[in-house]
Design a protein. Structure first.
Length: 157
C-alpha cells in the first residue's frame, strides 16, 4: 500500500509530537515540586515557555522528517534512522531528568542528543536543504537546554 504525501506528513508530525507528549507525563508533577526547589542558572526562562517552544520544534521536526521520507535519496534510510535515534534520546531526557531526578544522567543524554542532531542535520543537508534548515531551531534550543542542564548540574550537585 502506497501512503500519500499528506498522510506521510501527518504521520511524521504525530511521531515527533509524541516524544513531547511522553515527556510531559514526567514534567507535570515534577515542575512545581522537585524542579521548583532547584537553584536555577542565569537565563533560566519561565516554565510556561517550554511547552509552546517544544510543540513548535516538534512540528518543525515532523515536517523535516516528512521531507526526507518523501525523497528518493539513497541516504533516506540513514537519515530516518538518525532522526529516530535523536527522537528516542529526546524522549528519554524528561523521564531521566524529571522522573529520575538525575541531572547528571540527563546531561549525558543531552550531550549525545546534541551530537546526533548535528549528524542528522549533516545527512539531511545532502537530501533536502529545507529539511536540514528546519532542524536549526531545534539544535539551537537543545544547545540552550544543554547550557541549562549543565548549569543545573553545577549549581545543584
Amino acid at each position: 500500500m502506497k501512503i500519500n504525501s499528506f498522510l506521510k506528513l501527518i504521520i511524521c508530525i504525530t511521531i515527533s509530537e509524541s516524544a513531547g507528549i511522553l515527556g510531559s507525563f514526567f514534567t507535570i508533577s515534577a515542575i512545581p515540586t522537585w524542579y521548583a526547589s532547584l537553584q536555577k542558572p542565569f537565563l533560566n526562562p519561565p516554565a510556561w515557555i517550554f511547552g509552546p517552544v517544544w510543540v513548535t520544534l516538534y512540528l518543525l521536526m515532523g515536517i523535516s522528517l516528512w521531507l526526507i521520507w518523501k525523497s528518493d535519496s539513497k541516504e533516506k534510510k540513514k537519515a530516518i534512522r538518525l532522526f529516530l535515534i535523536q527522537l528516542v534520546l529526546n524522549a528519554i531526557w524528561s523521564p531521566i531528568f524529571f522522573g529520575g531526578q538525575s541531572i547528571g544522567g540527563a546531561l549525558a543524554v543531552i550531550v549525545l542528543l546534541w551530537a546526533v542532531i548535528v549528524l542528522a542535520i549533516l545527512v539531511f543537508t545532502r537530501i533536502s536543504k529545507v529539511a536540514a534548515w528546519l532542524l536549526i531551531p531545534y539544535i539551537l534550543w537543545v544547545s540552550f537546554a544543554g547550557y541549562l542542564n549543565f548549569m543545573l548540574f553545577i549549581l545543584n550537585h
